[in-house]
Design a protein around this ligand. Sequence first.
Ligand code: FNR
Length: 369
Amino acid sequence: MQHDSVLFKPFKLGKLELANRIVMAPMTRNLSPQNIPGDDVVEYYRRRAAGGVGLILSEGTCIDHIAANGYPDVPYFHGEERLAAWKKVIDAVHAEGGKMAPQLWHCGGMRKAGTPPEGDVNGYTPSGMNMPGKVNRHVMTKDDIDEVIASYARGAANAKDLGFDAVEIHGAHGYLIDQFLWEGVNQRTDEYGGSFDNRLRFAVEVIQAVRSAVGPDFPIIFRFSQWKQQDFAARLVDSPEGLEKLVLPLSKAGVDIFHCSTRRFWEPEFEGSDLNLAGWTRKITGKPAITVGSVGLNADFIPDPGTASFKAAEPASLDELLRRLEADEFDLVAVGRALIANPEWANQVRAGNMDSLRAYETDMLAKLV
Ligand code: FNR
């Protein structure tokens, strides 16, 4: 690895200036008791900034809607005490020269009834389902929709007020925004369901509300995926034309950077071209794109295509990543598990110390290092 590799070229988009192309992927850690990021969380992110990451995306952090949460001990992004804790996080990251965006999260129907602290609130969904055909959740009314949109806008305003450098909207993986997109679980008959454009309306309105809340200059990152937690083989669109119908309206609504969540960055998204999801999204929208998926991982943790199982694929080399980055297929590269294992991943790679990198192991998730 060369010191002057394209991975370490600065990135600039308006006022957002990143030292390099490496992004820390958002990763839920369930280690924020009372939904407050503690000093250990501050230190965890500070270490990644000190370790040379260009842009840190926080773990999913819940907006202030009553049914936003779906998991224990995840941090919230509202309330005086929690926002004061996030202020410590962003100040620590800035002190190391890093940049950071919180990932705003509403779990929708992924949420199980009984999840603390709002134990008696059932998940909110477009049509009562978190899995196709399984009606067991609250069906959102138009008022609910308006409330949730306003809640995203408040979350984004909080991010700006606290001094974060951008905000990421979590529109991926089968959570609330994604549930609206997905025909299998969005069977509404009003303007938020039915046609593809109607299913996209909720996402578009969230982005528009966030844009009005933060003004024209504050970067909005939007994360989306084909795969869902419930179905790794799910596909929202199966052609570049289908992707156009998805990403162009989102782009127009105010997205500055697309974060295209895939499980293996080297996989072509559609037949007939090498481009991955980020590559296609950048080509279609002309906006910067973040790729992600098994960067720097050992083979044991590479997912098989279309399944939740691991251990089959050979990891693609960093050379393959650099080749694509150099060809301007995408602009930024998110790294997840390799950064859990190696807080200094960016600096180690930059120095060419590949032998010093530790392999990721799942038990590393038990505590914050
Ligand atoms: C994740 N991922 C994830 N994605 C997201 O958008 N919000 C989140 O809160 C989480 N949480 C999360 C927790 C843990 C423990 C893992 C491993 C992953 C997905 C993550 O951002 C990333 O897309 C994948 O991990 C793939 O990247 P790597 O790990 O292969 O580099």
